[in-house]
Design a protein around this ligand. Structure first.
Ligand SMILES: Cc1cc2nc3c(=O)[nH]c(=O)nc-3n(C[C@H](O)[C@H](O)[C@H](O)COP(=O)(O)O)c2cc1C
Length: 168
């Protein structure tokens, strides 16, 4: 075992350490979108994961503390956009600006969900189930339609956006 390893029992006082440990799991970056009475909303999320191929199910987890939690867990339909490395600005935008679609190339699907053009992959979902996940909800959706394109992924690791350095 490394002498430099930090071992701890997760508790409120050391939540920063738990965040650091969890942040070691490098992920892609997604933007989840849905419609509200006030218009389209989006949220940058890296909790996206595949669940099932048949039926086609995917999940993501919005924080209960988020102002966007209620609209996202109640939405009957939503879309998950996996961002390409060239969409870094979109990932940053939807961390803070939930309803700012200005200047974006976007359109609505048959269910009225805002779709952002140019994603590396896109999953148009119908809500399947919502589970309790502590201070987050776990939203599972059935994929109605999916799309993908060639390109490099946007990544997130230890608190920073970056790119994938593959072996080529
Ligand atoms: C890379 C990245 C991934 C994130 N993933 C999630 C996520 O999976 N679930 C979540 O609730 N918030 C996630 N966030 C935070 C939200 O994007 C957003 O900052 C948060 O909802 C802001 O709170 P508000 O909705 O009250 O404005 C992530 C932020 C970043 C930068």
């Amino acid at each position: 075992m490394s002498r430099h390893e930090t071992v701890f029992v997760p508790e409120p006082a050391n939540q920063r350490s738990l965040r650091t440990a969890l942040g070691s799991f490098t992920t892609g970056v997604a933007v989840v979108t849905a419609t509200t009475d006030d218009g389209p909303i989006g949220m940058t999320a890296n909790s996206f994961a595949s669940v099932s191929l048949d039926p086609p199910l995917v999940l993501w987890s919005p924080a209960k503390s988020s102002r966007r939690h209620t609209p996202f867990v109640t939405a009957q339909h939503y879309a998950i956009h996996v961002l390409g490395a060239d969409q870094h600005d979109i990932g940053e935008r939807f961390v803070y600006r939930a309803s700012d679609f200005s200047g974006l190339d976007w359109f609505e699907n048959d269910e009225g969900v805002p779709l952002i053009a140019g994603a590396l992959a896109r999953f148009e979902c119908a809500r399947w189930t919502v589970h309790d996940g502590g201070d987050h909800s776990i939203v599972i959706g059935r994929v109605l339609r999916a799309a993908h394109r060639e390109g490099e992924p946007l990544c997130f690791s230890r608190g920073s956006f970056g790119s994938f350095a593959g072996k080529g």
